[in-house]
Design a protein around this ligand. Structure first.
Ligand SMILES: [Zn+2]
Length: 128
């Protein structure tokens, strides 16, 4: 079960900044997930792999700022976060999260890299 956003303007600004600081691969995958799975609370089995692949190709040609803006638009439209409200869902699948706290661009704690590992798995949805 997910919570709705109810945070300070500063928390939203931090979350948006965190999206913009993500690397290109992260943004491309999340962009594609929004296209493959337009209903964020929908059935994960409705994930459309063809749309996902197409969107990934399109994402590769878009500037990072456009990708970040798109992701932020969609995620703030649905405004879903983890229980407790610590992290916002950045994608409709619930596998990409951003913090409402400002993340340090240079992350030294290995804990914060955990999400990157999830990204790797997410980029190969057909892998069985
Ligand atoms: Zn995701």
């Amino acid at each position: 079960m997910a919570w709705s956003w109810s945070h300070t303007a500063d928390a939203y600004a931090a979350a948006e900044e965190n999206v913009r600081n993500k690397d290109r691969e992260w943004l491309e995958i999340v962009f594609a997930e929004w296209h493959a799975c337009p209903d964020p609370v929908g059935d994960p089995e409705e994930f459309d792999e063809k749309k996902y692949d197409k969107a990934l190709q399109r994402a590769a040609r878009l500037p990072e700022t456009d990708l970040a803006a798109y992701v932020w638009d969609r995620m703030s439209e649905y405004a879903i976060c983890t229980n407790g409200g610590f992290e916002a869902y950045a994608c409709p699948c619930g596998c990409h999260l951003v913090s409402f706290d400002r993340e340090e661009p240079e992350q030294e704690q290995p804990d914060l890299e955990q999400a990157e590992t999830d990204d790797e798995q997410e980029s190969r949805p057909t892998d069985e």
